[in-house]
Write a protein that binds this ligand. Structure first.
Ligand code: 8X3
Length: 248
């Protein structure tokens, strides 16, 4: 009997991570849904026939638990856990927010990748998909803590691809622009609903988590010799980071 294909999705409790877990399950993967909020990943895993794994990617101990749950073989790793905390200019930067952003977007991604790499290689055709951002391609006012961290996500991805060039594993990045999810902007603006809503104000169709999950599903299901190095994906209304078509 052949093994079912397996995938790990971090940040699976909401947004792009949850949508990606659903999408990969629909593609036939057994999905390990990893995140901190147990109630959410338990509900998601029950819905899609996956396995919930409570995991804080910034904790080495927690990540070791994820690797133990996954076992010896893994086909796909989607490093989605990440986020933006705060929106102040550099002159007023909150050091703790910056540390947290580097911890989750860069160090967390590294810890999970390091722990699961042996299992990905053991599959004979592994895939690592890192969720970056257009914030890893540009700079904008009030965004430096996040843009610096997401540039980190991009560079770690590129480095991994170089280092693993003779190994049976693909290394890819998706870099979304404006995606409207329940929590991203709300977390960034520390629960300020008005400021969070203003991000998407008048934009007829920002991307959804499902749009990104659709692209991720496509990327990881290409044949093993096809490496989509990076895929930048924005809504039609966002011609550039600052140039967004708004109505009304
Ligand atoms: C989120 C995209 O535009 O807020 O990763 O930097 S943006």
């Amino acid at each position: 009997m052949s093994h079912p294909r397996t995938a790990v999705v971090t940040g699976a409790s909401s947004g792009i991570g949850a949508a990606t877990a659903r999408r990969l399950a629909a593609e036939g993967f057994h999905v390990f849904c990893a995140a901190r909020r147990r109630d959410r990943i338990e509900a998601l895993a029950a819905e899609i026939g996956g396995t919930p794994v409570e995991c804080d990617v910034t904790s080495a101990e927690s990540v070791a638990g994820l690797a133990a749950a996954v076992g010896e073989r893994l086909d796909v790793l989607v490093n989605d856990a990440g986020g933006a905390f705060g929106s102040g200019p550099v002159a007023e930067a909150d050091t703790e927010d910056w540390r947290r952003m580097y911890e989750v977007n860069v160090i967390g991604l590294m810890q999970v990748t390091r722990a699961l790499l042996p299992a990905l290689l053991a599959s004979g055709a592994g895939a690592i998909l890192n969720v970056g951002s257009t914030a890893g391609r540009t700079a904008y006012e009030g965004g430096a803590g996040y843009t610096a961290a997401k540039h980190g996500t991009k560079v770690v991805t590129e480095t991994l691809r170089l280092e693993l060039w003779d190994q049976p594993v693909r290394v890819m990045e998706i870099a979304p622009g404006m995606v409207k999810t329940d929590e991203f902007a709300l977390v960034r603006f520390e629960g300020d609903r008005e400021r969070a809503d203003a991000v998407y104000a008048g934009v007829a169709e920002p991307l959804t988590a499902e749009d990104i999950a659709d692209a991720i599903g496509w990327m990881v299901t290409r044949p093993p010799h096809v490496n989509i190095d990076e895929l930048v994906i924005k809504p039609r209304a966002q011609a550039a980071q600052h140039k967004v078509h708004r109505q009304g």
